[in-house]
Design a protein around this ligand. Structure first.
Ligand code: NAD
Length: 480
């Protein structure tokens, strides 16, 4: 049985308490490795290591930090096949998706922040002839980076890279559901020349080691991506400690298709938005709003395409949809489908599990599911399901579409499809959403800050915004 270790002070180490958790391959249902169930002693060692490394790393020239991050990116490229396979086995997503999307993005994150480290700037303001103000940006010290299971190493490095680039030491906690890629990544750190103690990776349960990281007084900021309920717990726990917080949380994103859209492109976009990564991307469009005059035709074509998606073994190149991430998540998604039926929804396709033949017979697969007949206010259209389930609804006009789109407590992303430029601007401005895609989905410029409105989060990640988050600004005012 393969073992996953923590990475503390430049070494891979077992947890002090010797306790381990099972790591399961969701495509087969089999336990295939074990990971540390880390505790306070492991955290104490990681914080002490970070503390010793902190001054040298903060004072290292930005070019040196950039060189190390670039070397790490090169090592990710060199090990891309192993990382993609680990990502596929940990998450159940198709191997070709891990190889094409996740792992290249890991390297891109590292390179982006290597470059940003050397381009980072601060502000100065002249007050006429009386004074000059300038801002010094200093690293925060030791920061915590906590990430979810859906895009495991992609999202972890989207935090680690800017934190390191800005001169901080990091305690990183990957999801216990998908720990393997972070472990393989940690084994590249020495070779890349990351000084010991600068980046420490602790594995284990969120409600144990995750909470300990959040509560630790020696950790001055928490960058968290995950569920809204967990984000609320972190915000409540840190309220009296005045830690800096960046919270990237859940979504219930609308895809809005107007009658004047290029319908072929809208169909492709809506399908990708609904079912990419088995619907387990925070940015997935789980509510499909279609203008009434084209509703029936668009719906039928959308359902036909959803039915044609091949669900099966993630290692097979022809697979469109792999397994959902775990037994617990499978139960949650299936319960949400049951609830949709109880609310009066009709299942136009899917709605059931799939049992592929062969090695995946005991895996957790769900057929892409389209549900119709529910209004915007029901639970199915209000609560994040985070699986291959989309609810389709007609709307009458722009106001109606915007009202439905804005009717949830979330506000992470929206995708709208129309060829009327003025309408695109109007609707984009009216949507309560941190990100609006027009005639596209999931296009991402890493310079653009991204994050959610309402219960979808606090703070923005991307570009220099994240480097600012990971620094403390000191303003100096000099009288002339
Ligand atoms: P989760 O909140 O259960 O867990 C996320 C991470 O937090 C894991 O590492 C977990 O171990 C840890 N954790 C859990 N409880 C904790 C606690 N009390 N204190 C500290 N850490 C704790 O989320 P998940 O199920 O892993 O991921 C799915 C969720 O993540 C979905 O809601 C999805 O929308 C969201 N997500 C958001 C974004 C975004 O950018 N907004 C991106 C991806 C995923």
């Amino acid at each position: 049985m393969e073992k996953i270790y923590n990475y503390i002070d430049g070494r891979t180490v077992a947890p002090v308490n010797g306790n381990e958790l099972d790591n399961v391959d969701p495509a087969t249902g089999a336990v295939y490795s074990q990971l540390p169930d880390s505790d306070a002693e492991d955290l104490a060692m990681a914080v002490a290591a970070a503390e010793s490394a902190r001054e040298n790393w903060a004072q290292a020239p930005a070019e040196e930090r950039a060189r190390i991050l670039n070397r790490l990116a090169d090592l990710v490229d060199d090990n891309a096949d192993d990382l993609a396979l680990a990502e596929c086995v940990d998450t159940g997503k198709p191997l070709h998706v891990a190889a094409r999307l996740d792992i290249p993005r890991v390297a891109a994150n590292l390179r982006f922040y290597a470059s940003a480290a050397t381009q980072f700037f601060s502000e100065s303001h002249a007050m006429g002839t009386s004074a000059i103000n300038y801002t010094l940006r200093e690293p925060l010290g030791t920061v915590g980076c906590i990430s979810p299971w859906n895009l495991p190493l992609y999202l972890l490095t989207w935090k680690i890279a800017p934190a390191l680039a800005a001169g901080n030491c990091v305690i990183a906690k990957p999801s216990e559901v998908t720990p393997m890629t972070a472990y393989l990544f940690s084994r590249l750190l020495n070779q890349a020349g990351v000084p010991k103690g600068v980046l420490n990776v602790l594995h284990g349960r969120g409600n144990r080691i995750g909470r300990l990281i959040v509560d630790h007084p020696g950790i001055s900021a928490i960058s968290f991506t995950g569920g809204t309920a967990t984000g609320a717990d972190i915000a409540a726990r840190t309220a009296g400690m005045f830690k800096k917080l960046s919270l990237e949380l859940g979504g219930k994103n609308p895809t809005i298709v107007f009658a004047d859209a290029d319908q072929e492109k809208a169909l492709d976009g809506a399908l990708r938005a609904a079912f990419s990564n088995q619907g387990q991307i925070c940015l997935c469009g789980s509510r499909l709003l279609v203008e009434r005059s084209i509703y029936e035709d668009f719906r039928d074509r959308f359902v036909e395409r959803a039915r044609a998606l091949i669900v099966g073994d993630p290692l097979e190149p022809g697979t469109d949809q792999g397994a959902v991430v775990s037994a617990a998540h499978f139960d949650k998604v299936m319960a949400a489908i049951g609830r949709a039926r109880n609310e009066g929804g009709q299942t136009l396709c899917g709605g059931e599990s799939v049992k592929p033949e062969g090695r995946c017979a005991n895996g957790w697969f769900i057929r892409p599911t389209v549900i119709e007949g529910l209004d915007a206010s029901c639970k199915t259209n209000q609560e994040e399901i985070f699986g291959p389930v989309v609810s389709i609804m007609p709307f009458d006009d722009e106001d109606d579409a915007v009202a439905a789109a804005n009717s949830t407590r979330y506000g992470l992303a929206a995708s709208l499809w129309s060829q009327d430029v003025s309408r695109c601007h109007r609707v984009a401005a009216a949507l309560q959403s941190g990100l609006v895609w027009v005639n596209c989905w999931m296009l991402r410029d890493l310079r653009t800050p991204m994050g959610g409105f309402k219960h979808s989060g606090v703070g923005r990640e991307g570009g220099f915004e994240t480097l600012r988050f990971f620094t403390e600004a000191k303003n100096v005012c000099i009288s002339i």
